[in-house]
Design a protein around this ligand. Structure first.
Ligand code: OAD
Length: 242
Protein backbone atom coordinates (compact mmCIF):
# COMPACT_ATOMS: atom_id res chain seq x y z
CA UNK A 1 0.00 0.00 0.00
CA UNK A 2 1.39 3.44 -0.81
CA UNK A 3 1.91 6.14 1.84
CA UNK A 4 -1.05 8.20 0.68
CA UNK A 5 -3.46 5.27 0.90
CA UNK A 6 -2.13 4.27 4.32
CA UNK A 7 -2.44 7.83 5.60
CA UNK A 8 -5.98 8.22 4.27
CA UNK A 9 -7.00 4.96 5.90
CA UNK A 10 -5.47 6.00 9.22
CA UNK A 11 -7.34 9.34 9.08
CA UNK A 12 -10.64 7.64 8.28
CA UNK A 13 -10.15 5.13 11.09
CA UNK A 14 -9.20 7.77 13.70
CA UNK A 15 -11.92 8.92 16.09
CA UNK A 16 -10.23 12.25 16.76
CA UNK A 17 -7.79 14.06 14.52
CA UNK A 18 -5.61 17.02 15.50
CA UNK A 19 -3.48 19.11 13.15
CA UNK A 20 -0.57 21.33 14.18
CA UNK A 21 0.48 23.80 11.52
CA UNK A 22 3.52 26.03 11.19
CA UNK A 23 4.74 28.67 8.77
CA UNK A 24 5.20 26.12 5.95
CA UNK A 25 1.44 25.76 5.48
CA UNK A 26 1.33 29.43 4.42
CA UNK A 27 4.51 29.37 2.30
CA UNK A 28 2.53 28.64 -0.87
CA UNK A 29 0.42 31.75 -0.11
CA UNK A 30 3.59 33.85 -0.34
CA UNK A 31 4.00 34.34 3.43
CA UNK A 32 7.70 33.86 4.31
CA UNK A 33 8.61 31.11 6.79
CA UNK A 34 11.13 31.73 9.58
CA UNK A 35 13.86 29.14 9.16
CA UNK A 36 14.01 28.15 5.47
CA UNK A 37 17.63 28.78 4.45
CA UNK A 38 17.12 31.24 1.57
CA UNK A 39 13.69 32.72 2.14
CA UNK A 40 13.13 32.40 5.91
CA UNK A 41 12.74 35.63 7.89
CA UNK A 42 15.34 34.60 10.46
CA UNK A 43 17.95 34.18 7.70
CA UNK A 44 17.68 37.94 7.03
CA UNK A 45 16.54 39.44 10.34
CA UNK A 46 17.69 39.09 13.92
CA UNK A 47 14.84 37.54 15.95
CA UNK A 48 16.13 39.04 19.21
CA UNK A 49 15.96 42.58 17.75
CA UNK A 50 12.55 42.11 16.16
CA UNK A 51 10.65 39.52 18.16
CA UNK A 52 11.56 39.97 21.82
CA UNK A 53 10.47 42.36 24.60
CA UNK A 54 14.09 43.56 24.85
CA UNK A 55 14.22 44.33 21.12
CA UNK A 56 10.95 46.32 21.40
CA UNK A 57 12.24 48.28 24.40
CA UNK A 58 15.47 49.07 22.58
CA UNK A 59 14.03 50.15 19.23
CA UNK A 60 10.21 50.25 19.21
CA UNK A 61 10.12 51.99 15.82
CA UNK A 62 12.13 49.24 14.12
CA UNK A 63 9.90 46.53 15.58
CA UNK A 64 6.72 48.45 14.70
CA UNK A 65 7.80 48.98 11.07
CA UNK A 66 8.81 45.33 10.70
CA UNK A 67 5.44 44.06 11.92
CA UNK A 68 3.60 46.58 9.74
CA UNK A 69 5.60 45.32 6.75
CA UNK A 70 4.60 41.74 7.61
CA UNK A 71 0.98 42.84 8.01
CA UNK A 72 1.07 44.42 4.55
CA UNK A 73 2.40 41.16 3.06
CA UNK A 74 -0.39 39.31 4.79
CA UNK A 75 -3.07 41.56 3.40
CA UNK A 76 -1.97 40.57 -0.10
CA UNK A 77 -2.00 36.85 0.75
CA UNK A 78 -4.86 34.42 0.16
CA UNK A 79 -5.37 30.92 1.55
CA UNK A 80 -3.82 28.16 -0.55
CA UNK A 81 -5.21 24.66 -1.29
CA UNK A 82 -3.66 23.35 1.97
CA UNK A 83 -5.61 25.84 4.14
CA UNK A 84 -8.76 25.12 2.13
CA UNK A 85 -8.41 21.34 2.49
CA UNK A 86 -8.13 21.71 6.29
CA UNK A 87 -11.25 23.91 6.38
CA UNK A 88 -13.26 21.47 4.24
CA UNK A 89 -12.12 18.57 6.41
CA UNK A 90 -13.42 20.31 9.53
CA UNK A 91 -16.83 20.68 7.89
CA UNK A 92 -16.98 16.87 7.57
CA UNK A 93 -15.27 15.97 10.84
CA UNK A 94 -16.62 17.69 13.98
CA UNK A 95 -13.91 15.94 16.04
CA UNK A 96 -11.17 17.85 14.20
CA UNK A 97 -9.01 20.31 16.18
CA UNK A 98 -6.73 22.72 14.34
CA UNK A 99 -3.80 24.19 16.26
CA UNK A 100 -1.53 26.75 14.63
CA UNK A 101 1.69 28.55 15.45
CA UNK A 102 0.93 30.99 12.64
CA UNK A 103 -0.09 34.57 13.25
CA UNK A 104 -1.38 35.16 9.72
CA UNK A 105 -5.12 34.37 10.01
CA UNK A 106 -5.12 32.38 6.74
CA UNK A 107 -6.80 29.35 8.32
CA UNK A 108 -9.78 31.54 9.24
CA UNK A 109 -9.70 33.16 5.79
CA UNK A 110 -10.05 29.63 4.36
CA UNK A 111 -13.09 28.99 6.57
CA UNK A 112 -11.58 27.11 9.55
CA UNK A 113 -13.34 27.78 12.86
CA UNK A 114 -12.21 27.62 16.50
CA UNK A 115 -8.56 27.56 15.47
CA UNK A 116 -6.27 27.39 18.49
CA UNK A 117 -3.67 30.14 18.12
CA UNK A 118 -0.53 29.39 20.12
CA UNK A 119 1.46 32.45 19.04
CA UNK A 120 -1.22 35.15 18.77
CA UNK A 121 -2.22 37.22 15.75
CA UNK A 122 -0.52 39.79 13.52
CA UNK A 123 -3.84 41.56 13.13
CA UNK A 124 -4.40 42.30 16.81
CA UNK A 125 -2.65 44.82 19.05
CA UNK A 126 -2.49 45.69 22.72
CA UNK A 127 -0.71 48.01 25.15
CA UNK A 128 2.57 46.63 26.46
CA UNK A 129 1.81 48.19 29.85
CA UNK A 130 -1.93 47.97 30.69
CA UNK A 131 -2.70 45.21 28.12
CA UNK A 132 -5.75 47.09 26.72
CA UNK A 133 -6.49 46.03 23.17
CA UNK A 134 -6.12 48.62 20.44
CA UNK A 135 -6.86 49.08 16.74
CA UNK A 136 -4.29 51.28 14.98
CA UNK A 137 -5.56 53.74 12.36
CA UNK A 138 -4.18 53.45 8.80
CA UNK A 139 -1.97 56.49 9.57
CA UNK A 140 -0.60 54.78 12.68
CA UNK A 141 0.02 51.60 10.69
CA UNK A 142 2.01 53.63 8.18
CA UNK A 143 3.90 55.49 10.91
CA UNK A 144 7.47 55.05 12.06
CA UNK A 145 6.65 54.47 15.73
CA UNK A 146 4.11 52.47 17.68
CA UNK A 147 1.13 54.53 18.91
CA UNK A 148 0.95 55.48 22.58
CA UNK A 149 -1.81 53.81 24.57
CA UNK A 150 -4.88 56.08 25.09
CA UNK A 151 -5.21 54.83 28.72
CA UNK A 152 -1.65 54.93 30.02
CA UNK A 153 1.88 55.87 28.91
CA UNK A 154 2.47 52.35 27.47
CA UNK A 155 3.23 51.54 23.84
CA UNK A 156 1.02 49.61 21.44
CA UNK A 157 2.53 46.32 20.28
CA UNK A 158 1.38 43.45 18.08
CA UNK A 159 -0.45 40.69 19.98
CA UNK A 160 2.04 38.01 19.02
CA UNK A 161 4.17 35.89 21.33
CA UNK A 162 7.78 37.01 21.38
CA UNK A 163 10.88 35.05 22.34
CA UNK A 164 11.10 34.80 26.11
CA UNK A 165 7.35 35.25 26.59
CA UNK A 166 4.95 32.56 27.75
CA UNK A 167 2.26 31.23 25.47
CA UNK A 168 -1.35 32.23 26.18
CA UNK A 169 -2.27 29.67 28.88
CA UNK A 170 -5.87 28.90 27.84
CA UNK A 171 -5.09 28.06 24.20
CA UNK A 172 -1.98 26.09 25.12
CA UNK A 173 -3.81 23.97 27.69
CA UNK A 174 -6.65 23.28 25.23
CA UNK A 175 -4.08 22.30 22.59
CA UNK A 176 -2.24 20.03 25.02
CA UNK A 177 -5.45 18.26 26.02
CA UNK A 178 -6.44 17.80 22.37
CA UNK A 179 -2.98 16.40 21.53
CA UNK A 180 -3.05 13.97 24.45
CA UNK A 181 -6.51 12.72 23.57
CA UNK A 182 -6.31 12.39 19.78
CA UNK A 183 -5.90 9.21 17.76
CA UNK A 184 -3.96 10.91 15.00
CA UNK A 185 -1.92 14.08 14.71
CA UNK A 186 -1.01 15.74 11.44
CA UNK A 187 2.07 17.93 11.70
CA UNK A 188 2.27 20.32 8.77
CA UNK A 189 4.94 22.83 7.76
CA UNK A 190 6.73 23.29 11.06
CA UNK A 191 10.42 22.90 11.79
CA UNK A 192 9.51 21.52 15.23
CA UNK A 193 12.22 23.65 16.81
CA UNK A 194 10.15 26.07 18.89
CA UNK A 195 8.92 24.93 22.27
CA UNK A 196 6.46 24.43 23.81
CA UNK A 197 4.50 24.13 20.52
CA UNK A 198 6.87 21.38 19.34
CA UNK A 199 6.01 19.36 22.45
CA UNK A 200 2.47 18.76 21.23
CA UNK A 201 3.31 16.04 18.68
CA UNK A 202 5.53 14.36 21.29
CA UNK A 203 2.65 14.29 23.80
CA UNK A 204 0.28 12.91 21.17
CA UNK A 205 2.75 10.23 20.16
CA UNK A 206 3.44 9.25 23.77
CA UNK A 207 -0.31 8.89 24.32
CA UNK A 208 -0.47 6.44 21.40
CA UNK A 209 -1.50 8.65 18.48
CA UNK A 210 -0.39 8.07 14.89
CA UNK A 211 1.82 10.92 13.67
CA UNK A 212 1.74 12.01 10.03
CA UNK A 213 4.14 14.73 8.93
CA UNK A 214 4.03 16.89 5.82
CA UNK A 215 7.24 18.82 5.28
CA UNK A 216 9.56 18.89 2.23
CA UNK A 217 12.52 19.25 4.58
CA UNK A 218 12.53 16.59 7.31
CA UNK A 219 13.42 17.82 10.82
CA UNK A 220 13.47 16.58 14.42
CA UNK A 221 9.83 15.45 14.36
CA UNK A 222 10.33 13.35 11.21
CA UNK A 223 11.93 10.41 13.01
CA UNK A 224 8.83 10.16 15.22
CA UNK A 225 6.48 10.17 12.25
CA UNK A 226 4.65 6.97 11.37
CA UNK A 227 4.13 8.37 7.88
CA UNK A 228 6.07 11.22 6.29
CA UNK A 229 5.32 13.20 3.13
CA UNK A 230 8.43 15.11 2.00
CA UNK A 231 6.24 17.38 -0.09
CA UNK A 232 4.43 20.74 -0.14
CA UNK A 233 1.34 20.93 2.05
CA UNK A 234 -0.68 22.63 -0.69
CA UNK A 235 -0.18 19.50 -2.79
CA UNK A 236 -0.61 16.80 -0.16
CA UNK A 237 -3.39 18.10 2.11
CA UNK A 238 -6.03 18.16 -0.67
CA UNK A 239 -5.12 14.56 -1.59
CA UNK A 240 -5.06 13.41 2.02
CA UNK A 241 -8.18 15.07 3.37
CA UNK A 242 -10.74 14.71 0.59
P1 OAD B 1 9.81 27.52 10.54
O1 OAD B 1 10.19 28.58 9.57
O2 OAD B 1 10.72 27.23 11.66
O3 OAD B 1 9.59 26.15 9.75
C1 OAD B 1 8.81 26.12 8.59
C2 OAD B 1 8.83 24.70 8.10
O4 OAD B 1 7.95 24.62 6.98
C3 OAD B 1 10.19 24.20 7.64
O5 OAD B 1 10.46 22.96 8.30
C4 OAD B 1 10.02 24.01 6.13
O6 OAD B 1 10.75 22.87 5.67
C5 OAD B 1 8.54 23.78 6.01
N1 OAD B 1 7.94 24.18 4.72
C6 OAD B 1 8.34 25.16 3.88
N2 OAD B 1 7.49 25.24 2.82
C7 OAD B 1 6.56 24.28 3.01
C8 OAD B 1 5.41 23.85 2.28
N3 OAD B 1 5.04 24.44 1.14
N4 OAD B 1 4.67 22.81 2.77
C9 OAD B 1 5.03 22.21 3.93
N5 OAD B 1 6.10 22.58 4.66
C10 OAD B 1 6.84 23.59 4.22
O7 OAD B 1 8.33 27.88 11.05
P2 OAD B 1 7.58 27.34 12.35
O8 OAD B 1 7.91 25.92 12.61
O9 OAD B 1 6.16 27.72 12.18
O10 OAD B 1 7.28 32.09 16.47
O11 OAD B 1 8.24 28.24 13.44
C11 OAD B 1 7.78 28.18 14.75
C12 OAD B 1 7.79 29.55 15.36
O12 OAD B 1 9.11 30.12 15.24
C13 OAD B 1 6.91 30.57 14.69
O13 OAD B 1 5.57 30.51 15.13
C14 OAD B 1 7.54 31.86 15.07
C15 OAD B 1 9.00 31.51 14.86
O14 OAD B 1 9.91 32.24 15.60
C16 OAD B 1 6.90 33.27 16.88
O15 OAD B 1 6.80 34.24 16.15
C17 OAD B 1 6.61 33.30 18.34
Amino acid sequence: MDTLTRAREAINAARTVVCLTGAGVSAESGVPTFRDAQTGLWSRYDPMKLASPEGFAQDPGLVWRWYMWRLSLLRQAAPNPGHLALAHFQARRPDFVLITQNVDGLHEAAGSRDVIHLHGSLERFHCDNCQASYTPSPEEEAGNHPPTCPHCPGRIRPSVVWFGETLPQGPFETALRAAEQCDLILVVGTSGLVYPAAQLPLHAKRAGATLIEINPDPGPLSRLADLQFPKLSGEILPLLLT
